[in-house]
Design a protein around this ligand. Structure first.
Ligand code: FES
Length: 120
């Protein structure tokens, strides 16, 4: 069996309302991952690209979060409506969507550096 070309881990972690770190999937619906899977299937990419549920990826304050391997592209503040362009640009054409990239200086800071800057 051929290896996957890309592997997407979508944080589907749920925490109680009011948790200090928030969470990526407050209603526990897994809707972002479902939308991603549906888009991959629609594009005929279901065999080459895998989208998995992930537990907390420890970038909670930048959520909803996903990471794409093998490139280790971290996207944050991802909304369902971003899914088609993530597949089109990043999965199919290896292009970054700059406004979704969690900056290196923000990764693993547990919210000490606010990002995106427009978030409350
Ligand atoms: S809850 Fe999604 S990264 Fe922690």
């Amino acid at each position: 069996m051929p290896a996957f070309d890309k592997h997407i881990f979508v944080c589907c972690n749920q925490r109680a309302p009011g948790h200090s770190r928030g969470c990526c999937d407050p209603d526990g619906s897994g809707q972002l991952r479902s939308r991603l899977k549906a888009e991959l299937k629609r594009r005929g990419l279901g065999v080459q690209v895998r989208a998995n549920n992930a537990g907390c990826l420890d970038q909670c304050e930048a959520g909803p979060v996903l990471v794409i391997y093998p490139q280790a592209i971290w996207y944050g503040n991802v909304q369902e409506e971003d899914v088609p362009r993530i597949v089109e640009k990043t999965i199919l054409n290896d292009e970054l969507i700059e406004e979704l990239v969690i900056p290196d200086e923000v990764l693993n800071t547990k919210g000490r550096i606010r990002w995106p800057k427009t978030a409350s």
